[in-house]
Design a protein around this ligand. Structure first.
Ligand code: ADP
Ligand code: GLC
Length: 493
């Protein structure tokens, strides 16, 4: 089976969040299981620089909508996945991020940049370009590639299209002038097509036109059909229900392996779990916190946006920190208000809080290996990867019961804790891996944290929860099989 995987991020070439993890890992997993995969990425400046090591060669130069473009070929580092990079100056000749400039402001021409990218995906998919590969499946991801299924719908001979929603909160929404400038078909300015409350949405284009729509966990697939989580697209998603499914993400178990992770001061496995605490001590020393193996340490790594429940963390941690009962190590970047909120907490409790504003690959691994509990009180979470990394690293996750967090963390509840404490539940009966709370309120999160802290005071129980998480198989194997079945179903018709 030939698969063109179209994505705006792929680790280790470029990553701003979980999309990058998936864009790097899923094509690799598919290829490993016998599919022929081509990964299509924009040739951002950072990508061109990172690709140098694997070697980059010019595959072709061509024109698209009157614009001269180049297609470069490289390999996704650490894999055999042939990767094609779409080069227009709008991608390659800019510093800053894939979607925003270095001040975090959206590039003014994002609609145009990702339209061009999508046009190239269309041309490859229909065999219009002289490359030695015409896909059976074109698999697109998030709004940046949402136009691809729409553009392909105009061709008789086209591959089957899959559109994966990683996050409904980012709609790729632009105005009518942009729609007109892109010369998209007039008929698409319709509420059953791309039009969306007086604007138009790239994400909606993908949902309307793809042969199959997927999202990254079964729970999120259900949730997005409701007004609470649907971002105005719940009606359409319900309408597409028969072709909508949730396939939970996997994690890259090579990159995220505490037994071989070069980012860690001290590597460890389930069998050498005792060594894990060295990472906590080293992290405390590195971040100028009092070095103390016994004080519970909470960790947070993530984009500092409303989705991640940062306000809840800020509110709930106050009293705990004031009581001197714990430490908090947070790493993230995003909205100013949340960055400042965390920094203020650090100013208030410099002995207990260490905040790193920025993006650090090393710290994101080290926090998973150093903290005792990983906080993920997201208001919504399509899948989430960090809670899976936590479990693999023996950090016990504390999460809101929502989306992929529901599907990947097994809750150790209050009655179980009581039963264990009273001697009515044996360690062998404990299969759980973390703590979940139902309502995204400070009260519910506080209860959950207190439950976790009570378990932490019982070292044998704590160790069992850690080992349960570390034992779980989050590899791409299952998810990859899910996608392969879906592709096969589409091809069989
Ligand atoms: P999302 O995709 O919504 O950001 P996920 O949990 O799916 O959330 O994935 C986030 C990914 O990005 C993880 O690999 C996480 O470690 C990484 N990440 C997020 N923020 C940072 C940061 N500041 N530094 C390093 N890695 C980060
Ligand atoms: C998105 C979601 C996250 C998911 C990731 C990869 O960014 O917010 O929950 O894990 O995409 O699918």
């Amino acid at each position: 089976m030939k698969i063109l995987f179209v994505c705006s991020e792929a680790y280790p070439l470029i990553k701003t969040g979980g999309l990058g993890d998936v864009g790097g890992a899923l094509p690799r997993a598919l290829q490993k299981r016998g599919s022929q995969v081509r990964l299509l990425l924009p040739a951002y400046g950072a990508v061109m620089a990172n690709a140098k090591e694997s070697g980059v060669k010019l595959l072709l130069e061509f024109e698209c909508d009157g614009v001269p473009l180049k297609l470069w070929q490289t390999r996704l580092p650490g894999s055999r996945v042939t990767t094609w990079l779409v080069d227009a100056p709008e991608f390659s000749a800019r510093d800053g991020g894939p979607y925003t400039d270095s001040n975090g402001v959206d590039w003014h021409d994002n609609a145009w940049r990702f339209y061009l990218f999508s046009r190239v995906a269309e041309k490859i998919s229909t065999g219009e370009l002289p490359v030695d590969f015409v896909p059976d499946i074109t698999h697109c991801n998030d709004w940046q590639t949402g136009l691809v299924p729409a553009l392909l719908s105009r061709h008789k001979n086209k591959p089957a299209t899959v559109f994966t929603i990683h996050n409904l909160a980012y709609g790729g929404i632009f105005n009518y002038d942009t729609f007109a400038a892109l010369k998209l078909p007039d008929a698409w300015w319709h509420h059953e097509k791309l039009e969306f409350w007086g604007n138009f949405s790239y994400l909606k284009a993908g949902i309307v036109f793809a042969d199959a729509v997927t999202t990254v966990s079964p729970s999120y697939a259900e949730e997005i059909q409701t007004p609470q989580f649907g971002h105005g697209l719940e009606g359409l998603l319900t309408h597409r229900k028969a072709n909508l499914s949730g396939i939970v993400n996997g994690i890259d178990c090579q990159v995220w392996n505490p037994g071989s992770d070069s980012h860690l001061p001290c590597k460890y496995t389930r069998r050498s779990l005792k060594r894990r605490v060295e990472n906590k001590r080293a992290l405390q020393a590195e971040k100028n916190l009092p070095v103390n193996a016994n004080i519970p340490m909470f960790g947070f790594v993530g984009r500092l946006v409303e989705q991640k429940g940062v306000s809840l963390i800020l509110e709930v941690m106050q009293p705990l920190l004031a009581a001197g009962e714990c430490q908090l190590v947070a790493v993230g970047t995003g909205q100013r208000e949340f960055e400042q909120g965390l920094l203020k907490l650090q100013d208030q409790y410099p002995e207990a809080v260490a905040v790193t504003i920025g993006y650090s690959e090393q710290l994101s691994h080290w926090v998973e290996a150093g903290c005792d509990m990983f906080l993920m009180p997201s208001l919504f979470e399509p899948c989430g990867l960090n809670q899976m990394y936590s479990q693999r690293y023996g950090a016990v996750p504390i999460c809101h019961y929502v989306g992929g967090l529901r599907d990947t963390v097994v809750n150790f509840c209050k009655s179980q804790l009581e039963a264990y404490t009273n001697g009515n539940l044996s360690l062998e009966q404990v299969d759980e891996t973390g703590f979940l709370f139902r309502k995204p309120t400070p009260t519910a999160l506080t209860e959950c944290i207190n439950r976790a802290l009570a378990c932490y005071q019982q070292p044998e129980l704590w160790r069992k929860l850690q080992l349960n998480g570390m034992h779980k198989d989050f590899s791409w194997q299952h998810s990859c099989e899910g996608y392969m079945e879906l592709y096969q179903g589409l091809l069989e018709g």
